[in-house]
Structure formats: structure tokens, C-alpha cells
Design a protein around this ligand. Structure first.
Ligand code: HEC
Length: 100
């Protein structure tokens, strides 16, 4: 990717995100807690970030109860046209990223 593109993207992220939801990066604690591979968790985060903010602001994993996520994610993935495999990765990521 060209440098100016990255620079422009960073400037845009700063300018357009007054109160960004915290969408945590995949870390070692998430991997061991979830027992899921880093590839799956990172893929789930990528799908989450790219798809789940299309119709509304991104909603942080911690902002929703586990029991609600279990109902919401399948419905939202259906809304978004996300495949079952990607849905499983999003679910794994969200569950691993929750801290409470
Ligand atoms: C096609 C548009 C669309 C996409 C894409 C989408 N959503 Fe939604 N989402 C909505 C709409 C519309 C609502 C509000 C109505 C409802 O609850 O069904 C909503 C509501 C929600 C809520 C509930 C908010 C609340 O306060 O009750 C959560 C959480 C959520 N979405 C998460 C996600 C996640 C995670 C993804 C990615 C898998 C996603 N959404 C992708 C349209 C979308």
C-alpha cells in the first residue's frame, strides 16, 4: 500500500472517530482464554471491523452481554450476508475479546 494512502487513512480515522468503540486487537490472553487459533480470531476481528460498522457504529464486544451477543451475531451476520464460517470466526473473536 502506498504511504500517502496510509497517511490519509490515519488522518481520517482520527478526524472521524470522536468516541471510537474499543475493538481490541487479538492478543495472547484472548488466544489462551478462547482456545481458538490466532488466525481465526484475527479473521473474526477483520470481518467484525469491516462488516459490522456498515449500518451502524461498531459496537464494542464489552458493550453487549454474552447472552445477547449469542442471539445478535447470527441475526446480524444474516443481515450482513456473512457466511457461516465467517460468523463462527466473528463469534469466537467477540467472545474472546469480552473482558466482562
Ligand atoms: C445490513 C445492516 C447491518 C449490518 C451489516 C449489521 N447490522 Fe447490527 N443492526 C442493524 C440494525 C438495523 C439494528 C437495529 C435493529 C435491530 O436490533 O435489529 C442493528 C442492531 C445491532 C445491535 C444491537 C444494538 C442495541 O443497542 O440493541 C448490535 C449489538 C449489532 N447490531 C451488532 C452487529 C454486528 C456484530 C454486526 C456484524 C456481524 C452487525 N451488527 C452488522 C443493521 C446491521
Amino acid at each position: 500500500m502506498k504511504k500517502w494512502l496510509i497517511g490519509g487513512w490515519m488522518a481520517m480515522m482520527v478526524a472521524c472517530a470522536p468516541k471510537p468503540a474499543t475493538i481490541p486487537e487479538v492478543d495472547a490472553a484472548m488466544i489462551s482464554k478462547s482456545g481458538t487459533s490466532i488466525e481465526t480470531l484475527q479473521h473474526g476481528r477483520r470481518v467484525f471491523v469491516s462488516q459490522c460498522g456498515r449500518c451502524h457504529e461498531l459496537i464494542a464486544p464489552d458493550a453487549v452481554k454474552t447472552s445477547d451477543w449469542k442471539l445478535l451475531i447470527p441475526g446480524m451476520c444474516w443481515n450482513a450476508g456473512i457466511s457461516k464460517a465467517d460468523e463462527a470466526a466473528v463469534m469466537a473473536y467477540v467472545m474472546a475479546a469480552k473482558t466482562r
